[in-house]
Write a protein that binds this ligand. Structure first.
Ligand SMILES: Cc1cc2nc3c(=O)[nH]c(=O)nc-3n(C[C@H](O)[C@H](O)[C@H](O)COP(=O)(O)OP(=O)(O)OC[C@H]3O[C@@H](n4cnc5c(N)ncnc54)[C@H](O)[C@@H]3O)c2cc1C
Length: 395
């Protein structure tokens, strides 16, 4: 059976992975860019490894567990929890596994009150007992912010931890994202934390390509349109298939959150940590800072430290970042050198969870992609798997 897939992002690659696993080998993947991976790519630049936009793998994701070989990815783990900076002070918020002293520091000096910490423990316990289906089948739609208020968290806890943390996860500043996404990701963070592959996030799609076969992908080949039996490329030529999968978003009506990610090199680290640093200062621009070569040493191969700094929205002036960095780390930040800046307009799709995702359209085209299900590695891979399963079911 001849299958054409449009898009070599995670959704398209995962679809191809499952097809091959089930004995379907006649696959052609059309990719408009020069590289596979879509939003998940790693550049090598000046002795650094730079992901195109800071992102992390949550090893507890059910879809990545099914497909990826974590041992081969040599996952480099973040320490659980975060380190919050506010008004010149550090607020520790260390998760389990950081030792007794760290736990004590969190209880005594962490964000929010003791009641907040008890609510948090209860939330963690509740989510650990819920399945992912239970989480996504929740009927009532409320925003993440409303949900946190409903759980009883204090305003201080929401301002000092939840908003700074989830600004960086949802790439939007008001936590309007559906609360199902907060519950899902929080469960994932709590189960197995966050990690980076040794060779960068781009190693994830590369592992899929290795299995599928690089010869199945046609790079620099843009598809203009497709139907259930054919694909029309930008050179006007048409190719015929038994099944066609559209694994990219040709729908201009989808709203996206954007982000700017600046990488800096430093001779000396301002703080030796493997935690994500959250900026809880009022009137902030940047969300989070990560001593990325501390977490994953391979990100720097030139003896310098690599620091990742992210801010929601598009920022083309590096000075804006520097003001915030100085307010967190002091004048020392002024010595950091900007390595590269990535501005990503279409980073995470804003999803309407009320619309139920269907892998097939009425015209017989198979659809997948994060924008249809969830803006995450897990969502992209789930949609790819489900398209493949529909194809296999129909044989
Ligand atoms: C900055 C950033 C941070 C993120 N952080 C996280 C995180 O921490 N954790 C997490 O789980 N997820 C995160 N995500 C989300 C995750 O990376 C994406 O959800 C996922 O990679 C999307 O995969 P996809 O295959 O659906 O889409 P895409 O990656 O967009 O793939 C679509 C592919 O189709 C190709 N294409 C498009 N149009 C055509 C055409 N006409 N013809 C041929 N090819 C075409 C594109 O070039 C692309 O390769 C983040 C994303 C970004 C951008």
């Amino acid at each position: 059976m001849k299958t054409g897939i449009v898009g070599a992002g995670l959704a398209g690659l995962t679809c191809a992975w499952y097809l091959k696993k089930n004995g379907i080998n006649d696959i052609t993947i059309f990719e408009s860019s020069e590289k596979a991976g879509g939003k998940l790519k790693t550049d090598r630049f000046d002795g650094f490894q730079l992901d195109r936009g800071f992102q992390v793998l949550l090893p507890a994701y059910p879809e990545t567990k099914k497909v990826l070989d974590y041992v081969n990815l040599q996952l480099q783990r973040f320490h659980k929890g975060s380190l919050i900076y506010k008004n010149g002070k550090q607020i520790p918020f260390y998760g389990p596994g950081n030792g007794f002293t760290a736990l004590l520091k969190t209880v005594v000096n962490g964000p929010g009150s003791l009641i907040d910490k008890l609510i948090l423990l209860k939330l963690k316990f509740t989510l650990s007992r819920l399945s992912i289906e239970d989480i996504f089948n929740r009927k009532k739609t409320i925003s993440s912010l409303e949900y946190l208020k409903e759980l009883g968290f204090s305003e201080r806890m929401i301002k000092d931890f939840w908003i700074p943390f989830y600004q960086g996860v949802f790439l939007e500043n008001t936590l309007e994202t559906d609360s199902r996404m907060l519950r899902f990701t929080f469960k994932m963070f709590a189960e197995a934390g966050a990690a980076l592959p040794k060779e960068g996030m781009g190693a994830i799609p590369m592992q899929l390509v290795d299995y599928i076969g690089a010869d199945k992908i046609r790079y620099n080949t843009k598809v203009l349109k497709c139907d259930s039996k054919s694909v029309t490329k930008s050179d006007g030529k048409q190719e015929s298939f038994d099944k066609v999968v559209l694994a990219c978003n040709m729908n201009k009506n989808v709203e996206y959150h954007s982000v700017t990610n600046n990488y800096y090199e430093a001779e000396k680290l301002p703080i030796d940590t493997k935690h994500v640093i959250l900026n809880a200062n009022p009137n902030r621009i940047i969300n989070n800072v990560v001593m990325i070569s501390n977490v994953a040493p391979n990100y720097s191969q030139n003896g310098k430290h690599l620091i990742s700094v992210s801010a929601n929205g598009i920022h083309t002036k590096a000075d804006v970042f520097m003001e915030d960095l100085k307010s967190i780390f002091g004048l020392e930040a002024a010595n950091w050198k900007l390595v590269k800046s990535y501005t990503i307009r279409e980073a995470l799709p804003a999803i309407n969870f009320e619309k139920k995702y269907k892998p097939t359209s009425s015209e017989g085209v198979f659809y997948c992609g994060d924008y249809l299900l969830q803006g995450s590695i897990n969502g992209a891979m789930e949609s790819g798997r489900r398209s493949a399963e529909e194809i296999i079911k129909g044989i």
